[in-house]
Design a protein around this ligand. Structure first.
Ligand SMILES: NC(=O)c1ccc[n+]([C@@H]2O[C@H](COP(=O)([O-])OP(=O)(O)OC[C@H]3O[C@@H](n4cnc5c(N)ncnc54)[C@H](OP(=O)(O)O)[C@@H]3O)[C@@H](O)[C@H]2O)c1
Length: 291
């Protein structure tokens, strides 16, 4: 039995989609029963902040997909879940991490993933680590300005990014959870091509049949404008730091990891647009969910 945490999230919903497609026996871990019902699969209610609920959810589980959102509690939550999985006799943990994860990393999120990876490697349980690069789905955060002005604002300069579709991350997780020979390996998951933001705007223009423009601005200006729009200042600062890393080409490389795990090429940006164009240029700032 596979247990999928973060099942109602961006990646988790695709993990559920791909495990269903493979006909695997699994249950989703959700905090909210209604979200569990919406997934149309077996589910169990549990919360990483209530370890006894996770211990219960682990009963009969052999393989565990470990993911939550970014928060200051993530190291405690995920390390506790790893300990509970080890105690419950789980055979394999597939952890969703991020490239460059290290206890010494500069960005707090990357550092947290590094601390959790270190804990997992020392836990005496088999593991696979998935380090996806920037999600194509992050672009849905630009839905408001795309809808109102046909513009994307950012501070990415001419930095190339090897964007990956979250659908592919779900496919890789399903492959890692069910396949043999992946234990003890880390995979940096990327799409098949690296794109600048002006190239992304061009691809959206082609799909839409209307001109979409990428507007670059100094990072301080972007952060100030985001705060003025009501984005919490710590989130705006985080986006600003991420943009500075991406502008310098920090996520430009592509890898063959999606092909290695799934046996097929990563989804293209055009395929992502086919599925998401209405949400991308619509007015609702929301993430896509699997069909
Ligand atoms: N975005 C990127 O470009 C990017 C790139 C590389 C790595 N990452 C990594 O991706 C991860 C986020 O994945 P995502 O985008 O799929 O996250 P997400 O969409 O924010 O979903 C988070 C999931 O975790 C669940 N969750 C939150 N707190 C929980 C708790 N206390 N107990 C049980 N479940 C809980 C949420 O449940 P509810 O529905 O109940 O809230 C939801 O299902 C982060 O670790 C981030 O560092 C992101």
């Amino acid at each position: 039995m596979i247990l999928v945490s973060g099942a109602s999230g961006t990646i988790g919903r695709y993990v559920v989609k791909h495990l269903k497609a493979r006909g695997e026996k699994f249950k989703a871990l959700v905090r909210d029963e209604a979200k569990g019902r919406a997934l149309e699969c077996d589910f169990v209610v549990g919360d990483f902040d209530q370890p006894e609920t996770i211990a219960r959810a682990m009963q009969g589980v052999t393989r565990f997909f470990l993911n939550t959102n970014v928060s200051e509690r993530v190291v405690r939550q995920q390390n506790t879940a790893i300990d509970l999985a080890t105690r419950a006799g789980v055979e394999l943990v597939v952890k969703l991490s991020s490239p460059g994860a290290s206890p010494d990393a500069q960005m707090p999120q990357t550092r947290s993933h590094g601390e959790i990876e270190a804990h997992l490697r020392a836990a005496g349980i088999a593991w696979v680590i998935l380090q996806p690069t920037v999600f194509m789905q992050n672009l849905l955060r630009n839905a408001d300005t795309l809808h109102a002005q046909r513009k994307i604002f950012g501070s990415y300069r001419d930095g190339k990014i090897g964007f990956i579709d979250a659908d592919d991350i779900g496919a890789c997780a399903a492959a890692a959870l069910t396949g043999e020979g992946h234990a003890g390996k880390s995979f940096v998951l990327t799409g098949g091509e690296s794109l600048r933001f002006d190239e992304i705007a061009q691809k959206i223009s082609t799909k839409l049949g209307e001109t979409v423009t990428y507007v670059d601005m100094p990072v301080e200006q972007f952060v100030a404008a985001a705060v003025a729009r009501g984005v919490p200042s710590n989130m705006a600062e985080f986006y600003g730091k991420m943009m500075t890393i991406l502008a310098s080409g920090g996520s430009a490389r592509t890898t063959g990891a999606v092909r290695e795990l799934t046996g097929r090429e990563p989804r293209t940006f055009e395929a992502f647009l086919d599925d998401n164009i209405a949400r991308l240029v619509g007015s609702t700032n929301t993430y896509s969910s699997p069909k």
